[in-house]
Design a protein around this ligand. Structure first.
Ligand SMILES: [Fe+2]
Length: 406
């Protein structure tokens, strides 16, 4: 929405029309302006609502600002406290930031305005502009007009947004300053919420990881199980050509796949052998309990399916839903094999873990019954490359020292 386009020329009164008084004309202008501001606010709200992470937030702020003020380029410079410098973080269009020097030098009087008045201002003085964009790179020209908007969140100086030259070739006006003030007021709240959300989210995920470690540490035979399952799942995923997003899903959901065991009594989890039907039914609930625990995190459907379905079998005889074949989502089939391999090769109180070769024989034998044959093929080719896969996935000692590697 270009502001120039919204401003209409006053049409001369039609013949015979009732003359419009000055007061009515003023009111009309005020109304038009209010509607204009509302539509700007509306577009700011819509753009900020679609955000996903703070990286996108900064890019969107640049894009909205450029759009609102009809600027050729917009760049966000983040304030680097350690070096007392404004360093370019985002620029739109993206190519705008390539030739431009990445550090913005504000002349002292402009710096005082940024730190003192803290409101957007227009820079149209040639000396100030050339000082700001000193040392042109690749023969680029100094802008003829710029708009500088200081960005503060909770009284903390974050940096500045700089718009360079209007598309129309004209100078920035008071309206542009107003629009940027509106944008930054809203963006400040969104950034605060975003930062708060990211902190709460990462704290919650770390708490869940500690919960898994606690469950596994209670039983010396299951220590670091989820860690090894995640590592093996990622190895298989890479072997099968998964992209980075799918690998990330394997990392996230693999590390939490057994979180639902928190709902199973220790007496059952640690029972050496001879589970009754009721006890086994209680264990079989853990994928559903896990799904419920993680629900508030707003998981991706792929992540959710790993938690819920990692005990399904290719032949449909697994639990909790008895899914079969390709009805079981692809990433689930990977975690399911990794999970079984680790369970088979780990010692238990009542039995010794299988050797790698014996476990692989069993896995190959049950390909097409318990496991997806293609996932088994991928696991076999990994094992041809990595001779000691158990060691590769990490001994307890290494995992204890190194934590999460993937
Ligand atoms: Fe499980």
């Amino acid at each position: 929405m270009s502001r120039g386009g919204r401003r209409k020329k006053q049409a001369p009164p039609a013949e015979g029309a009732v003359p419009v008084s000055d007061r009515e004309r003023d009111l009309g202008r005020i109304l038009e302006r209010k509607i204009q501001e509302l539509s700007v606010l509306q577009s700011i709200n819509e753009a900020l609502e679609k955000l996903d992470g703070s990286e996108q937030l900064f890019r969107n702020i640049c894009e909205i600002a450029r759009h609102l003020c009809g600027a050729k380029t917009a760049a966000y410079y983040v304030y680097d406290r350690d070096n007392d410098a404004l360093v370019q973080h985002k620029a739109v269009p993206p190519e705008a930031g390539i030739a431009r020097k990445t550090v913005l030098r504000l002349p002292p009087k402009l710096r005082r305005r940024v730190l003192g008045e803290r409101v957007p201002f227009v820079v149209d003085n040639a000396a100030d502009l050339s000082a700001m964009f000193a040392g042109p790179v690749g023969g680029e020209r100094t802008p003829r007009s710029a708009l500088v908007a200081p960005f503060y969140v909770r009284d903390e100086y974050f940096g500045v947004l700089v718009l360079e030259d209007k598309d129309s070739g004209g100078a920035y006006e008071a309206d542009d300053v107003t629009y940027l003030r509106m944008l930054f007021k809203k963006a400040g709240i969104t950034i605060e919420n975003q930062a708060l959300y990211e902190t709460i989210y990462s704290n919650l995920v770390s708490t869940l990881h500690s919960l898994v470690s606690t469950i596994e540490a209670k039983d010396p035979y299951t220590r670091f199980h989820s860690e090894r399952v995640t590592r093996l799942s990622v190895l298989i995923g890479k072997e099968m050509g998964c992209d980075e997003a799918a690998l990330e899903t394997l990392r996230f959901a693999g590390s939490l796949h057994d979180i639902g065991k928190i709902g199973v009594p220790d007496t059952i989890l640690q029972k050496p052998s001879g589970l009754t039907k009721e006890e086994f039914d209680a264990i079989k609930m853990h994928p559903i309990v896990g799904e419920r625990i993680l629900e508030p995190l707003g998981m991706l459907p792929e992540e959710q399916s790993i938690i819920r379905h990692h005990h399904e079998r290719w032949d449909g005889r697994g639990y909790p839903d008895g899914l079969a074949g390709t009805d079981i989502p692809f990433l689930v089939r990977i975690v399911s094999l990794a999970d079984s391999y680790d369970a088979m090769t780990s010692d238990r109180a009542y039995r010794k873990g299988m050797d790698h070769a014996v476990a692989m024989e069993e896995i190959v034998r049950t390909a097409g019954a318990q496991f997806d044959p293609n996932v088994v093929l991928a696991m076999r080719s990994i094992c041809k490359r990595i001779s000691n896969i158990k060691m590769h996935l990490g001994s307890d000692k290494i995992l204890q020292m190194g934590g999460v590697l993937h």
